[in-house]
Ligand binder design. Sequence first.
Ligand code: AMP
Ligand code: GLY
Length: 418
Amino acid sequence: MRVLVIGSGAREHALCVALSSDPAVTALACAPGNAGTRAIAEPADVHAADPVAVAALASSWRADLVVVGPEVPLVAGAADAVRDAGIACFGPSEQAAQIEGSKSFAKHVMAAAGVPTARSWPVGGAAELETALDEAGPPYVVKDDGLAAGKGVVVTTDRDAAVAHGHRVLDAGGAVLVEEHLDGPEVSLFAVTDGTTVLPLLPAQDAKRRDDGDGGPNTGGMGAYAPLPWAPPGLVDDVLVTVLQPTVDEMARRGEPFSGLLYAGLALTSRGIRVVEFNARFGDPETQVVLPLLETPLAGLLHAAATGTLAGHPPLRWRDGAAVTVVVAAPGYPERPRTGDPVTGADAEGVLHAGTTVDAEGTVRSSGGRVLAVTAVGEDLAAARRRAYERVAGVRLAGAHWRTDIALAAVEGRITAC
Ligand code: AMP
Ligand code: GLY
């Protein structure tokens, strides 16, 4: 099977690592890719957000399967264009990707499917913003309704900051959603689906805030671990029955079947499981810890989802142990990341590349805010964590920052779910 991965982050590097170890894969390409993916997958140039260009590359490279990593190409219709070219594609249609592309669309689907989520107030203008904040009460949750790479949400008890964020989004021409605040630990649960059958993967948790102790601004994700030793027994089955299957069924009922990766961002609140958000693709950085634990060959699984044959797929097999990934970020991330700095030690085992390129002299340089996702597997979470931080010590990037407490609360037994 010739497999083409679209994207250029550490999620795509992790996908390439897993796909390259599937004996069914005879050729692997990653477009546009990064300095890390080049070592295991053919590089190819593509403007990932252009569906016509993605489909043209898939045809000329003679792909049997295209795996679209990021949300932007999906929301732009890349999966439709690839399928129209007669090539199997792992990823939802433009219509179905609205479950991530529009938070209010996702709320409508959840309401119709009876899926538990936070109450929300759509805000059309500045006057409605104050009323919505009054009704929701503190802590305030103010969201950009559209795609914002995880950075469109402000959660704060400071009403002025909540108002300011709402105005920023409105002034930029966006729509705002004010939400009820959800307490309790967060879980990311991915499911592979062909639009009918739903196969959940292992639950993971990412660290969204920039600083240790969950301080600082929201980011795309500063680290992750899986599985969750503190998760209540039966969590995955509960989420399958109350969230994932009803959502997939509702999308099919609307005539917008969702096939690909449905990512449920959940809060385990004192009042039960609530959906914080859906994403229409593998999470980043959670993919970097979920895929190393998957023993089932990945290409066969994604191909079954892309071709509507998941019902006949064998149950997923997982290795024992745990995985931890620590994101090494560029100075200034997330607000104004500095790029172009040399990166060394990044060809070591477990070092996944997020934002890197190779210059004309062959030097690896930072090219994004999240530069590396340094990953390790261990016999338990403590061992995986120790190994991941040993590996972080081996990489060099001037001014880099990373969290030192990824998976620490879980290792120390400080997380409890209701
Ligand atoms: P989102 O872009 O919707 O994924 O939100 C990003 C992050 O903001 C989430 O992972 C949560 O940590 C936080 N967040 C979003 N919505 C809520 C909410 N209703 N209550 C509490 N925290 C939230
Ligand atoms: N880890 C958050 C995301 O992928 O959206």
